[in-house]
Design a protein around this ligand. Structure first.
Ligand SMILES: [Zn+2]
Length: 264
């Protein structure tokens, strides 16, 4: 199994990351993608990959994604862009992100988020890397910007919570759609129907740990081992065995991030 998106770089994992990785290995999780959301957390994602990939947890492979999230979009400027491009040269890095648009909190202002997103689109095209997208309540602007910039580098809509239309817009552009523990929550009926309609070849699974622990662990600190609960639900929704889903998640992750085989 894989965890396509988590934040082992969050301070909540500072004291027990080795145990967290051992539990992931016991649960059958073989690859974990550690995602940055600002320069500091991106540096930390790379450090964690170098310190722990393949060493602990019976050889769990870790990979880093570096970028500036919509919430930190105001930090995007020329020096941030240069530093990010420098970070992306590290052998641990398989993609850029998380970047995107989030209008839920109405801040930072959309214009500020757009500038940061566009900067990531151009950087990804320059570096030939896929993008990890955070998208919430902003699908129309998001896809309009992708099309306007001519982005066709591939990527994933992480922690997807959109409707069927947003899912289809992503698929039409060749993006993967990744579901988190939110799918297992009681009030997720609409999201469950979107997941059921998402083609297997575009599907991914993640924890977004330390956030969003799936049912029945809801409210606890989430960690990569918990991904199996969401994966089991996805297997049920798609009418395939857990093993078949697992094989599909592993091959989809390798299609999303062509670099993962090079840095293991
Ligand atoms: Zn995240």
């Amino acid at each position: 199994m894989i965890d396509s998106h988590c934040h082992l770089n969050d301070e909540r994992f500072d004291t027990d990351i080795v145990e967290v990785l051992e539990r992931a290995a016991l649960a059958g999780v073989r690859r974990i993608v550690v995602v940055g959301y600002g320069l500091e957390s991106s540096h930390k994602a790379i450090e964690i990959v170098h310190a722990h990939s393949g060493h602990q947890g019976q050889g769990v492979q870790l990979h880093a994604v570096v970028g500036i999230s919509p919430f930190e979009a105001a930090t995007w400027d020329e020096s941030t862009r240069k530093e990010l491009i420098g970070l992306a040269q590290d052998s641990a890095v398989v993609g850029l992100g998380e970047t995107g648009l989030d209008y839920y909190y109405q801040e930072p202002l959309p214009e500020i988020q757009h500038k940061c997103l566009i900067g990531h689109l151009h950087a990804a095209m320059e570096l030939n890397l896929p993008l990890v997208f955070h998208l919430r309540d902003a699908a129309d602007d998001f896809f309009r910007i992708l099309d306007h910039e001519g982005y066709s580098q591939g990527g994933v809509l992480h922690c997807f919570t959109g409707d069927e239309r947003a899912m289809q817009m992503g698929i039409e552009r060749g993006l993967f759609v990744s579901f988190s523990g939110i799918l297992t929550f009681k009030k997720a009926a609409e999201l469950v129907s979107v997941a059921r309609m998402t083609p297997l070849e575009h599907l991914l699974v993640e924890t977004d740990a330390p956030y969003l622990a799936p049912s029945p662990l809801r409210g606890k600190r989430c960690e990569p081992a918990h991904v199996i609960h969401t994966a089991q639900l996805l297997a049920d929704l798609k009418g395939v065995s857990f093993q078949a889903l697992e094989a599909r998640m592993e091959s989809n992750l390798a299609r999303l991030f062509p670099g993962i085989d090079k840095n293991t």
